[in-house]
Design a protein around this ligand. Structure first.
Ligand code: AMP
Ligand code: ZN
Ligand code: FE
Ligand code: FE
Length: 280
């Protein structure tokens, strides 16, 4: 069983439409794929239809933005009720904050490089969530940088001069909101230190106490040493271990199925979640 539990579509900052993500997952020989766009469930319906067409199982999810003492963290929510009012309101608030924050980043960048808000709108046309990757695409189109990754080296770096953070719920609150909506919360790439600051160990304890279900241990942004460390933390706290590609389409190097989740971890997620896995 080849199971990849973390992908993005044009509903957020991926480059493939939801149906294309699912088709590409089937082509890549995956048996199960999760669609986990940032702070939205807008891609779910299209992905579900495509899963039936392509004969692949689909886990519907969301990558929920959160914060821990000023550090940005991501929580994968699997199989939640997409209409649960409290979680819907929280995601609305975050998406709204992302929009204002993206405009601020563009204003700062526009002082030094050729870039307009219209450029960014053009590159986030199908998205209901605006993220830095859309700004990166606009910078690539303007010839400022060669590709998305290059945009993150300086211009869009979390530690850089143009960075603006956005509102997101506190980690334990987000975990509780996901659980209240019947979702299964898994801490995404918790040790991805190339992207920005990562949380200290005590945060894992706090998130676990709030109801965290698992850690995304196997992710390209984790070194072998970090994977060993995270596996030990998961064992100590009784958390599931997952692995995923974090596929964003052609804009990033991440390939579908490059990291996988074990069937028993998926079975536990399915047991705990409210929404059914779509089966072919
Ligand atoms: P945002 O949601 O606007 O904060 O942007 C975060 C997204 O940008 C992540 O989900 C990644 O897809 C991408 N990203 C963040 N840091 C980097 C990085 N250092 N290199 C490449 N992509 C990154
Ligand atoms: Zn992303
Ligand atoms: Fe993420
Ligand atoms: Fe992601």
């Amino acid at each position: 069983m080849r199971i990849d539990l973390h992908t993005h579509s044009t509903a957020s900052d991926g480059m493939d439409a939801p149906a294309r993500v699912v088709a590409a997952a089937a082509d890549a020989g995956l048996d199960v794929v999760a669609l986990t766009d940032h702070d939205t469930t807008a891609g779910w319906a299209e992905a579900e239809q495509a899963a039936h067409e392509h004969g692949i199982a689909l886990v519907r999810g969301t990558e929920v933005s959160a914060r821990s003492n000023g550090i940005s963290i991501h929580l994968l929510s699997y199989l939640q009720d997409p209409t649960h009012p409290a979680l819907v309101a929280e995601l609305d608030r975050t998406r709204d904050a992302r929009l204002g924050r993206a405009r601020q980043i563009v204003e700062l960048l526009a002082e030094d490089v050729p870039l307009t808000w219209e450029d960014v709108l053009e590159h986030s046309r199908d998205a209901v969530v605006v993220g830095r990757p859309h700004i990166a695409d606009a910078l690539v189109a303007r010839g400022v940088v060669p590709d998305r990754d290059a945009a993150f080296v300086h211009l869009l770096a979390a530690s850089g001069p143009y960075h603006v953070p956005h509102y997101a719920p506190d980690g334990p609150d987000a975990v509780r909101a996901i659980r209240a909506a019947g979702g299964v919360p898994v801490f995404a790439h918790p040790a991805a230190d190339a992207r920005g600051r990562i949380v200290p160990d005590r945060v894992f304890d706090r998130l676990a106490a709030a109801g965290l279900a698992g850690l995304e241990v196997h992710h390209r942004d984790h070194s072998p040493q970090q994977r060993v460390r995270l596996t030990a933390i998961a064992e100590r706290l009784g958390l599931l271990v997952t692995g995923s590609s974090d596929y964003h389409g052609a804009g990033k190097a991440n390939r579908l199925g490059e990291n996988l989740t074990a069937p028993d971890a998926l079975a536990a997620i399915e047991d705990q979640g409210t929404t059914e896995v779509v089966r072919p």
